[in-house]
Design a protein around this ligand. Structure first.
Ligand code: ADP
Length: 449
């Protein structure tokens, strides 16, 4: 096992990793940018080191500075968290050449799955159904129009190096294609430095269903029951739950088995998530695989009674997978992402938290790095806290998370708690009757009234 882990991240996920590392008896090193000097993760790690100014490219994304920090503090492993460098294959490569273990999959796997178009082709070989679409990156408008016509509108243009919903455009007819293709290309270039675009059939009324998988170095594999993440705004998840109200046990077993087989096929290592779209007829299609821990991982931990980060660390240290197929899904869990933003306009609301009461009680988990007096910098994402409720049934979980949100008080900044409370009281949500287009309809109704 390692002796000291450097956490190449900030905010709630850095706190989350510190917690598991401490429980494993490992020392932790926090890195922080100048505006994060008084952040909780920097205060609670065993050691801390400033790695640069606010701009992420000069601090949290600065590989030479991160490596120097690891060398100075004699850390023997680096956990990337999510976002920042978590899916950059250069990072594990450089870690390896410096003799530091990267807690995640090898660079080759990251490279394969990070190119979403290549990942599609590989998953096809692994016998996972993929969304009908182009089988390569599309270079010009002529080819784009031809392929879209063959597949049939509506289609969705996607950035091969994409993530976070950027570079994605839905195109409903040929007349809009030229304009949308060029927008997608420039958005992809600006966000990922790569303008490669491919195309997929746009699946109407689909649900976002994802499967957490973990595979050890010796090939032991375990996939878990689905997380449903269809409540999204602009392709960004807002509420996640497990199990999905849409999925039955037979389907669950089938999709779990498919993911375990696919993970074997590509020789996956570490923790990862396979994302799918499931249509109204319960046909599932592979969308992409994320080679890191995800924001919504706690709901899986809650219903299975496990610690995914500890497993991820142990696997990176070469230990055997200690979880087994005897694990059973127990109860229901829902996560709400609390963002520092106006709940109507979605304009970010960074600033000082003047007063803070976070919820607690049986079945409530809060993953956060917020505290009273903390000044949320405007430079990073707006996630303030993840509030997670777990109870024996779905309806009890909804009531529990609603109560938790009502009892949460955050003064000084605006949050999206009012939006969450509205969503959790919506009769279609309560019935489990929703898909990935739900939020769009929900918000347009709200503005009309
Ligand atoms: P990113 O990596 O940028 O988050 P994903 O490929 O995971 O992008 O897609 C994000 C979301 O976009 C999905 O959860 C889904 O809501 C929507 N989406 C993606 N592909 C399709 C598709 N072919 N049809 C319908 N919706 C899609």
């Amino acid at each position: 096992m390692f002796s000291k882990i450097l956490i190449a991240n900030r905010g709630e996920i850095a706190m989350r990793i510190i917690r598991s590392a401490k429980e494993l008896g490992l020392k932790t090193v926090a890195i922080y940018s100048e505006p994060d000097r008084k952040s909780l993760h920097a205060m609670l790690a065993d050691e801390k080191i400033c790695i640069g100014p606010a701009k992420a490219s000069e601090s949290y994304l600065n590989i030479p500075n991160l490596l120097s920090a690891a060398e100075i503090t004699k850390a023997d492993a680096i956990h990337p968290g999510y976002g920042f460098l978590a899916e950059n294959p250069r990072f594990p490569e450089i870690c390896e050449s410096s003799g530091i273990t990267f807690i995640g999959p090898p660079a080759s796997i990251m490279r394969l799955l990070g190119d979403k178009n290549r990942a599609r082709q590989e998953m096809k070989k692994a016998k996972l159904p993929i969304i009908p679409g182009s089988n390569k990156v599309i270079a010009d408008i002529y080819e784009m129009k031809k392929t879209a016509q063959k597949i049939g509108y509506p289609v969705i243009l996607k950035a091969a190096s994409g993530g976070g919903g950027k570079g994605m455009r839905i195109v409903r007819s040929g007349t809009r294609m030229e304009e949308q293709f060029s927008i997608a290309q420039s958005e992809a270039k600006a966000s990922f430095g790569d303008s490669s675009i491919y195309l997929e059939k746009y699946i109407q009324g689909a649900r976002h269903i994802e499967i957490q998988v973990i595979r050890g170095k010796s090939g032991a594999v375990l996939a878990f029951g689905e997380r449903e993440c269809s409540i999204q705004r602009k392709h960004q998840k807002l509420i996640e739950e497990t199990p999905s109200p849409f999925i039955d046990e037979k389907f669950r077993r089938k999709i779990i088995k498919s993911v375990e087989d696919a993970a074997h096929f590509i020789g996956y290592q570490s923790l990862g998530t396979f994302e799918f779209l499931v249509d109204a007829r319960k046909k599932f299609y592979f969308m992409e695989a994320n080679t890191r821990v995800q924001v919504e991982h706690p709901i899986t931990e809650m219903v299975y009674g496990i610690d995914l980060i500890k497993e991820q660390i142990k696997i990176a240290a070469g230990e055997k997978l200690s979880l087994s197929h005897d694990l059973r899904l127990n109860g229901h869990s829902i996560e709400c992402r609390i963002n520092a933003e106006d709940s109507k306009t979605f304009i970010p609301s960074p600033g000082k938290i003047d007063f803070l009461v976070l919820p607690g009680g049986q079945g409530i988990r809060v993953d956060s790095a917020a505290y009273c007096g903390w000044n949320i910098p405007p430079d990073y994402d707006s996630l303030v806290a993840k509030i997670i409720a777990t109870a024996p049934t779905r309806i009890e979980t909804i009531k529990k998370i609603r109560t938790a949100l009502e009892m949460t008080t955050i003064v000084g900044i605006k949050t999206n708690i009012p939006l969450h409370l509205n969503l959790l009281s919506n009769s279609d949500f309560i019935k489990g009757n929703y898909d990935i287009q739900f939020m769009e309809k929900f918000l347009s109704k709200k503005t009309k009234h």
